[in-house]
Design a protein around this ligand. Structure first.
Ligand code: DHB
Length: 316
């Protein structure tokens, strides 16, 4: 009898955490954000083993790039300010690294940036046919690298960049938007007009910090991108505004640290969320901790899946 009872408990349906979007299957809505840990295959593998439903790589360009001199990161307590200067090994070398990840149980999204549409054409062609990559995320929104930070502010450029990439790549294109604009919906519309399949909102907030002892900017690059909990309400607002106007999957990104933060983004209309600073601060344990919290919340409230809560905050 006792055994039977236990069996019944086991059979109680667990709320479903999987996300299906862009023709891809993510086993849960927690995705590694670009720029954090995404530079080598063994680390990406560890992120997935730690529970991530998907991963976005570090932003990769056509050519190798050294990045800026130190200091490149400041921990402000309520978030990180960073200005790395897009350091990366270049596309050719990085694609070889990714080839070793064919058996990964989670979609790999390649983050890319380009200084011109010609570069974007080359990147798009090189990545096409590389089936270890499930989608590309176009970083047009790094807030401080000249030649990149201007793109996300100009709807004409955004549409043109996205259209060019779409024409030369055989994978879904996710466009990562900047919060450093007066009307993010207008930029989101331009990306959709260009053929974007999904959006990520948001990249970091352009910011700076000054060392008052020496009277100089802390970062060698002067300006940087602010991430972490300080920017979460901005990111939630952006996701809400975009999904209020446009019917396109949006990955929420910015200061996700707890299950409640994930739920907030989902209720704002996000399809899934990306985590960055919280991993830099608390390590990879965070994935399992958040997943446990998500399951408990859904069970307690009687929801069967995360699809049941998506966009709830838009009800009037
Ligand atoms: C960098 C790039 C980004 O997209 C960002 O949001 C912050 C920093 C960088 O490489 O400097």
């Amino acid at each position: 009898m006792f055994k039977l009872f236990l069996g019944l408990i086991d059979l109680a349906p667990q709320p479903m955490l999987k996300v299906e979007t862009l023709g891809l299957r993510f086993r849960n809505p927690l995705i590694l954000a670009a720029g954090i840990l995404g530079l080598t295959a063994p680390i990406l593998r560890r992120v997935v083993e730690s529970g991530a439903g998907g991963v976005v790589t570090k932003s990769i360009g056509l050519k190798p790039r050294k990045g800026y001199p130190n200091p490149t990161v400041v921990d402000l307590g309520f978030g990180f300010l960073n200005s790395m200067g897009l350091p990366n090994p270049g596309l050719e070398k990085f694609m070889k690294e990714l080839e070793t990840l064919r058996d990964l149980e989670a979609p790999i999204i390649l983050s890319i940036y380009a200084f011109s549409e010609d570069e974007l054409v080359e990147i798009g062609r090189a990545v096409s046919g590389l089936d270890v990559i499930s989608a590309v995320e176009l970083n047009i929104s790094c807030p401080h690298v000249d030649g990149i930070s201007e793109i996300a502010k100009d709807p004409i450029l955004v549409k043109s960049y996205v259209k060019t990439l779409k024409r030369h790549v055989d994978k879904p294109v996710i466009v990562k938007l900047s919060p450093n604009v007066s009307d993010i919906v207008r930029i989101a519309e331009a990306a959709v007009d260009g053929g974007a399949d999904a959006l990520t909102a948001i990249n970091t907030v352009r910011a700076m910090s000054i060392d008052v002892e020496v009277g100089r900017p802390v970062l060698a690059g002067v300006f940087g991108g602010l991430s972490g909990p300080a920017i979460r309400p901005i990111a939630v607002r952006c996701v809400y505004e975009i999904t209020e106007s446009l019917d396109i999957p949006v990955f929420g990104c910015g200061g996700v640290e707890t299950a409640r933060d994930v739920i907030e983004f989902l209720m704002a209309g996000a399809t899934a969320v990306q985590l960055g600073s919280a991993i830099a601060r608390g390590g990879l344990r965070i994935f399992k901790k958040i997943l446990k919290g998500l399951r408990s919340f859904l069970e307690e409230k009687g929801y069967n899946s995360i699809d049941d809560i998506r966009g709830l905050a838009h009800r009037r």
